[in-house]
Ligand binder design. Structure first.
Ligand SMILES: *Cc1c(COP(=O)(O)O)cnc(C)c1O
Length: 365
């Protein structure tokens, strides 16, 4: 098949292998997985993969992505993982069975929206354990609001509590953080006089307590995106070097870009230097004359240079503007010609951007 370039290729078999592995590790630890699809811009086929591989819910930070999955026939519960805007609560109760929550005013408005729609919406209250993005910061406030939801808001069901780590504050899911989450859950249960169904211990980074076997048994839901899509490619972000993750595919998504110029040029620019295409002053190392390939793909499509990894031995990405990428190919053994296709592995942010780039055609195999 001839593919239109640039092409983003999604290999569903590799994706499902990764999803099954992740869901299997969690399952063995008594943990359900909410399959997070936001990295793909919410592809319905990816939601379907997650459901097929045994995910308990589908999760995203955007309602329209969850609506698309639902409309495509994915019939497991939908979880909204970005604390919702008050202005989208009507849609939230239509599309999602579950949402993460952290504001009293939003919960009150959500309750009204649920009652109006004749539904009972399930909420997971977020506890901020120090990563400092969303969530109740004081245990007392969390318990008070939990009790209020339980006793007063008839349109809402308090399904559980959760936390998020490693997003803003780079905080790791250490044993004391997981134990703190459990003690918060116990305080809420004590206040409402019944057990919670869900204690959600975080995202991909919270697989570390699963791998290292210190996850408290009370934590029973993780919201997993990154690792299923990038495998061990982004070690620090996802697997922290755990050997389990090494067995996953790191080429679920790959990029194919076409070579539009091949030429040997100096490595230091010639003339009086101002700023580059992004308006930044830059320094250039003079490495003499070197052979380079120019590609028809740019930062407008994938973002940062380090987020795309060329699969051509000896090649190195040395620069890019919005629509062009420059590859140093001086040390490549294989010849590179105009019209050739260069393949790349992709880090998280590149996948996020490429799946929503108009210039890039996505092929699912
Ligand atoms: C994005 C997100 C996740 C998933 O994070 P990954 O690192 O991709 O697994 C989970 N929970 C929340 C609240 C998120 O915003």
């Amino acid at each position: 098949m001839k593919r239109r370039k640039p092409a983003l290729i999604l290999d569903h078999d590799k994706l499902r292998y990764n999803m099954r592995s992740v869901i299997g590790w969690c399952g063995a630890a008594g943990i359900d997985v909410a399959g997070v699809i936001k990295i793909t811009g919410g592809m319905a086929s990816v939601a379907r993969d997650y459901a097929e591989c045994g995910a308990y819910m589908i999760a995203s930070s955007r309602l329209e992505q969850l609506a698309r999955a639902k409309n495509a026939g994915v019939d497991i519960p939908m979880l909204m993982i970005r604390v919702p805007m008050i202005s989208e609560l009507e849609e939230l109760v239509e599309i999602c069975e579950y949402s993460l929550q952290s504001e009293y005013a939003t919960l009150k408005a959500l309750d009204e929206a649920a009652v109006r729609a004749g539904k009972v919406h399930n909420v997971i209250l977020m506890a901020d354990l120090g990563d400092l993005r969303e969530g109740f910061f004081e245990l007392e406030e969390l318990v008070d609001v939990a009790k209020y939801v339980e006793d007063v808001l008839s349109g809402l069901h308090l399904a559980g509590i959760g936390t998020n780590l490693g997003c803003y504050g780079s905080v790791m899911p250490t044993e004391d953080k997981m134990d703190q989450l459990v003690s918060y859950a116990e305080a809420v249960e004590e206040a409402i006089g019944r057990p919670l169904e869900i204690v959600s211990g975080g995202a991909t980074s919270s697989l570390i307590p699963v791998f290292d076997k210190y996850m408290p048994s009370k934590v029973n839901l993780l919201r997993i995106g990154a690792l299923s899509f990038t495998g061990p490619l982004e070690d620090l972000r996802t697997s922290y070097g755990r050997k389990e993750a090494d067995a996953l595919h790191d080429d679920v998504f790959t990029l194919e870009a076409e070579v539009i110029e091949v030429r040997t040029k100096p490595t230091h620019p010639i003339g009086k230097l101002g700023v580059d295409a992004t308006g930044r002053k830059r320094t250039y190392v003079d490495r003499g004359m070197r052979k380079r390939a120019l590609l028809a793909i740019g930062r407008a499509d994938y973002g940062e240079l380090d987020d795309i990894i060329p699969q051509l031995e000896g090649a190195e990405v040395i620069g890019a503007s919005g629509d062009h990428t420059i590859l140093d190919i001086e040390d490549c053994k294989e010849p590179v010609r105009v019209g050739d296709v260069i393949r790349f592995k992709l880090k998280y942010t590149a996948i996020l951007r490429l799946t929503s780039s108009e210039n890039v055609t996505t092929y699912e195999i």
